[in-house]
Design a binder for this molecule. Structure first.
Ligand code: TXA
Ligand code: MG
Length: 317
């Protein structure tokens, strides 16, 4: 799909445009128009306390919307933009405060998708966009997911095919003394530390401190079907759990489906690419439960494990 000529005008007149990114589909509106932003919160049913990420076409434009631009931001933008990394920086007054939920900081990112970049260049402004799903539901990785979930509430849905990364961007806060990881995602901690040295992670924040980012809330991205995770997955006794959907680690580099049993690639990037899609598929079947086998507790699986944890309750056996 190429960019429809009306897309940028819809944004300028305060409308909503859903668009593909390399991570998940976004629901975009002009970050300088409070009424347009209010529509995003209304359509998603999102609490006004959860700030939105602002998308721009390149780092030089991102700088316009940040009050300070530390050396780390330059290095990280050079290394990973366009790409799945969001940088949180002190915000400029150009970004209206409803976008950042009243915070003094703004999350900025340059998405790595040709259609998203075309839209950003044509619009030529800051595009606030959360994932294009209803609040607390599974993020969409195809245009069809967006249509099924938001339909007519959106003025235009751009179809750029299935998302390559499949889980959301990594969110890194550069507004404090030490860079702090607020959300794991498409760029790993190791990749970031290779560029700017050690970063803190949210795990090191004491439990009694208020959440720095609402994305840290323990349950998020959850299916409506009760979903459970297993560190040691035992195959259900034949016949006993036949109605349950399962997502396990497979042995191929593609998704394997056998009735309600789905196996995803034992490879973190390929697993992430398909996880939301298969979770959505099982969730749509009105099953009594979904069981998910946890991938290994290793750094390369950290972002995927984070998403599974947010979508499920733990069961040990
Ligand atoms: O990959 C992505 O980041 C996708 C695509 C569409 O770009 N967007 C996305 O947006 O996942 P959303 O709204 O679903 O998640 C944004 C996350 C939330 O956890 C939010 O709390 C955090 O980023 N965030 C945004 N601005 C922030 C800020 N100023 N301070 C702290 N956290 C912020
Ligand atoms: Mg989201």
């Amino acid at each position: 799909m190429s960019l429809p000529p009306e897309a940028a005008n819809i944004l300028r007149s305060g409308g909503l445009v859903a668009f593909p990114t390399e991570t998940v589909y976004g629901l975009g509106a002009d970050a300088t128009q409070p009424n347009a932003i209010a529509r995003i919160f209304a359509v998603k049913g999102r609490p006004a306390t959860n700030p939105l990420i602002v998308h721009v076409a390149d780092a030089s434009i991102a700088k316009r919307y940040a009050m300070t631009w530390p050396g780390e931001a330059t290095k990280l933008a050079e290394a990973f933009w366009p790409g799945p990394l969001t940088l949180v920086l002190p915000k400029s007054p150009l970004i209206v405060s409803v976008v950042t939920a009243g915070r003094g900081t703004v999350g900025l990112r340059v998405p790595d998708h040709p259609l998203a970049l075309e839209l950003l260049r044509a619009f030529d402004g800051p595009l606030a966009a959360p994932s294009a799903n209803r609040s607390n539901r599974i993020s969409p990785t195809t245009a069809r997911h967006v249509r099924d979930e938001l339909g007519d509430a959106v003025d235009l849905i751009l179809d750029g095919g299935p998302c390559r990364v499949g889980i959301e961007s990594t969110v890194l806060d550069l507004s404090g003394v030490t860079p702090t990881l607020l959300r794991l995602g498409g760029i790993s901690r190791r990749q970031i530390e290779a560029v700017i040295g050690p970063v803190k992670s949210i795990g090191q924040i004491a439990a009694h401190e208020p959440a720095m980012s609402p994305g840290q809330l323990p349950v998020h991205y959850a299916p409506q079907t009760p979903a459970f995770r297993f560190e040691n997955f035992a195959d259900p006794v034949e016949g006993a759990h036949t109605a349950r959907g399962t997502i396990r680690l497979g042995s191929k580099n593609e998704v394997e489906k056998e009735g309600l049993r789905i196996a995803l690639p034992r490879h973190p990037e390929l697993y992430a690419r398909h996880f939301y899609e298969v979770l959505r598929e099982l969730d749509a079947m009105n099953l009594p439960a979904i069981h998910i086998e946890m991938p290994p507790q290793q750094p390369e699986w950290a972002a995927v494990r984070d998403r599974i944890v947010r979508a499920t309750k733990a069961i040990d056996h």
